[in-house]
Ligand binder design. Structure first.
Ligand SMILES: O=c1ccn([C@@H]2O[C@H](COP(=O)(O)OP(=O)(O)O[C@H]3O[C@H](CO)[C@@H](O)[C@H](O)[C@H]3O)[C@@H](O)[C@H]2O)c(=O)[nH]1
Ligand SMILES: [Mn+2]
Length: 753
């Protein structure tokens, strides 16, 4: 454990940013927004209902900006010094690494294989690591691929450790070719390892067609993804004895029981099963969680995280419950999320701690077992009162379920002891028992323990619960991304994902972890609460966003003013200009192009206006008990020829990358409608078809409103292009006709009113 001598340099540094200029910009924009509201109030009597609607929308936007200003006020991040670990820490703690996969078609097994290999090869003592893969698809193909991967790992892991390079997912590593002239030990090893990797990917590829299933696949016969018993397979048990350089960490495949009539709680359910199985087998005090598409891109990642956990504070225990890394992506369409994270997560990190965003995060097992900061003494052990409360057999059984072995392992974990025996295969029966559908019934799993249920965004739901128990968290933002994953391209897949996020966040806003409840509780800090409110209300923004995209068109058609006139028009012009420059700066400063700024702004608006509307209906139906929310797994693409080195923001070289795709789902109706209505308004304005102004004093619409319509069309440019394109890049006729019908109604209503 860490040497607490305070004379030694710290294992990490918290870097806080002073951003006086940006604070001034944030406040100026806030001031402008308030002036706009004031102007609306002062001129309300002269104008019609449009002003009331505009006022309400702008009030919402002001509220959001207030929250954003508050989040961005004191950004921070943590800089670990892994080089200092060796002299400070005599024995590194164990880490259990979890990977979840759910569908061998939407998540190609070779992708899972690469993620797993990147984990097995991290720069950390192999006898301190165990990798557990949960397969919610119960796919023999995935199991087969992982078995093959474990064989290849015996070549891959020593190769990585011998040459100590950073990127340890083979498909990424082999993107760069070897200098042909070179003839050295390295090049021979490289060639051999590459050949073996190609053999592996060939086998995995061929297996999608057929393979010889031997007895080991017995458990998969007659199973369906949603109807099968628990399967637990120890793919590789590390018995040591070959020297750390050559050792491959433990590697376990699990697939929990599924029955059609049981709720299985999607990823959160899978995570909780992983916690239990790993609790039985290795019971490491720390757990790393990655999605199956998020490979490790920085070999030192575990050591970095340990710097945060192992640093002792002077007078108290280390309050850090989890260490989150940014989610970076190696394919297109990543920019907006990367930019958003870079300021939101750093903002959170400067308050109580970064949010847990589902992947690339190290958790503390004890904290996942429900401990609060107050339950512990200064030395980190449970206080005597709490020890009784937590370790009492009856309470353990009530909370963690009937398995005796689980209770033992939980008690060990709470007291920071390790399990007495570590032979993985001795726990197969217990592991199967704790994977049964009914295992969790009447227990606290998913309610106060483990990954929490009751939201499809289990990550942020669990995150707020941990912070509400008084814990903090850290955010490491390395120069080279530590984890890289993939994002769906703009189109139906992205819409489905966005809807899930929007709905999941709203679910938390209305469940018992809501930041709106218990405003004065001290443990969730006030600004942290505001920050959570900001993200949980994303879904609600669609209503004012949609209204605001339609107001300029309505006013232009109706010939009434929407924005302040005369000198005061400066307020809106400055606001729009500043917002553009500000967001542009955020993109460019992270190394993205002006073009990516523009497409991201556009995609973000499209999602915010069109998709979150469906999140609101999801939540209404859920609250009314009409339907349940579902988790549809995002389709991942695996493209081995993709260029890029994994160093910094990268985007693909595909000529169609970034092109927006459509299908006939209802997701594209609002956007098409918005574009048609705004085009109609602009056309009407240009040919002078506007009715006489109804407003006292002749406050009709002018080119300012027309410019606003143009701006809206520009933000919805993919839809404008979609009007003229064919195939998957064009808007389907069915959507177009429905939108056109609605647009005609809107025009008639606006002109005639
Ligand atoms: O029933 C399920 C559904 C999903 N998953 C896994 O959950 C992960 C995330 O699913 P994905 O479709 O990739 O969702 P994303 O929207 O890309 O993921 C983000 O958002 C999710 C919440 O909506 C979080 O769970 C993720 O960690 C976060 O990265 C994947 O590894 C899946 O295999 C399961 O294990 N079981
Ligand atoms: Mn994903």
């Amino acid at each position: 454990m860490a040497d607490s001598s305070s004379s030694l340099p710290s294992l990490f540094e918290k870097i806080s940013y002073k951003r006086y200029f940006l604070r001034a910009v944030d406040l100026t924009m806030l001031g402008l927004l308030f002036s706009l509201l004031l102007y609306r109030i002062l001129h309300m009597s002269q104008n019609d209902n449009v002003w009331v609607v505009a006022f309400l929308c702008e009030s919402f936007f002001t509220f959001i900006w207030l929250l954003i200003t508050c989040i961005k006020w004191t950004p921070a991040e943590h800089k670990p010094y892994p080089d200092r670990l060796d002299e400070r820490v005599h024995e590194l703690p164990s880490v259990d690494m979890f990977v979840t996969t759910a569908d061998p078609v939407r998540e190609p097994p070779i992708l899972v294989v690469n993620t797993v290999l990147s984990l097995l090869a991290v720069n950390y003592p192999a006898n301190k690591l165990a990798c557990y893969v949960s397969d919610d698809g119960c796919s023999p193909l995935v199991y087969f691929s992982l078995k093959e991967a474990s064989n290849f790992a015996k070549i891959w892991v020593p190769f990585c450790k011998k040459y100590n390079f950073r990127v340890r997912a083979p498909f990424r590593y082999f993107l760069n070719s070897l200098d042909a002239k070179e003839d050295s030990e390295f090049s021979r090893d490289w060639e051999m390892t590459k050949r073996e990797y190609e053999k592996l990917s060939g086998k995995v590829e061929d297996a999608t067609r057929d393979w010889d299933a031997d007895d080991d696949f017995e458990a998969f016969s007659n199973t369906k993804p949603n109807d099968h018993s628990t399967i637990v397979k120890v793919v590789w048990e590390n018995k040591g004895g070959v020297g750390d350089e050559k050792e491959v960490p433990h590697f376990v495949y699990v697939s929990r029981e599924k029955r059609p009539n049981y709720l299985h709680h999607y990823k959160a359910g899978a995570m909780n099963f992983l916690v239990r199985v790993s609790g039985l087998m290795t019971n490491a005090p720390y757990m790393l969680n990655v999605d199956c598409d998020m490979f490790v891109n920085e070999a030192d990642v575990v050591r970095q995280a340990m710097c945060i956990f192992l640093q002792k504070s002077k007078n108290s225990i280390n309050h850090c419950a989890f260490v989150q890394y940014p989610q970076d992506f190696y394919d297109s369409n990543c920019e907006e999320l990367v930019v958003l994270q870079s300021h939101l997560s750093r903002g959170f990190a400067g308050i109580q701690g970064s949010i847990y965003s589902g992947s690339g995060c190290f958790h503390t097992r004890r904290v996942m077992y429900g401990l609060s900061v107050d339950d512990l003494e200064e030395d980190g052990s449970p206080s005597s009162v709490n020890a009784r409360k937590f370790l009492d057999e009856e309470s353990l059984a009530r909370k963690f379920g009937s398995s005796k072995e689980i209770r033992k392992s939980v008690a060990n974990a709470l007291q920071r002891k390790s399990n007495s025996q570590n032979i993985l295969t001795n726990f197969l029966d217990e592991a199967r028992e704790v994977g049964q559908c009914q295992y969790e019934s009447q227990t606290s799993w998913g309610k106060t323990i483990g990954w929490l249920y009751d939201s499809t965004a289990e990550d942020v739901n669990t995150s707020i619960d941990i912070h509400s128990r008084g814990w903090t968290s850290s955010y490491i933002y390395p120069v080279q991304p530590a984890f890289l994953g993939c994002m769906p391209p703009g189109g139906p897949e992205a819409m489905v994902q966005q809807r899930r996020w929007g709905t999941g966040m709203l679910e938390v806003l209305f469940n018992k972890h809501s930041p709106l409840i218990g405003i004065f509780s001290q443990k969730l800090r006030f600004r942290q609460r505001l920050a959570y409110i900001h993200i949980f209300t994303w879904g609600l923004r669609s209503i004012p966003e949609l209204a605001y995209c339609l107001l300029p068109a309505f006013c232009l058609l109706h010939n009434s003013a929407l924005f302040p006139k005369g000198l005061c028009s400066g307020i809106t012009v400055t606001l729009v200009g500043m917002h553009c420059l500000y967001t542009l700066w955020e993109f460019v400063s992270l190394g993205f192009s002006v073009h990516s700024w523009y497409t991201s702004q556009s995609f973000w608006r499209i999602k915010a206006t069109c998709i979150w509307l469906f999140s609101i209906t999801d939540i209404i139906f859920k609250l009314l008990g009409v339907s349940k929310t579902v988790f549809i797994v995002t389709k991942k693409t695996f493209n081995e020829t993709r260029s890029g080195t994994g160093d910094g923001p990268s985007c693909s070289a595909d000529p169609n990358a970034g092109k927006f795709e459509f299908d006939d789902s209802v997701y594209f109706l609002p956007g098409t409608f918005i574009v048609l209505v705004n085009l109609a308004a602009i056309a009407g304005f240009l040919v002078g078809l506007q009715p006489v102004s109804h407003i006292y004093g002749g406050g009709g619409s002018t080119f300012v409103e027309a410019c606003a319509c143009i701006l809206v069309v520009m933000l919805f440019l993919p839809f404008l292009k979609g009007l003229f394109e064919k195939g998957k890049y064009g808007i389907p006729l069915s959507t177009l006709s429905k939108a056109a019908f609605l647009a005609v109604l809107f025009v008639v209503f606006s002109v005639g009113k």
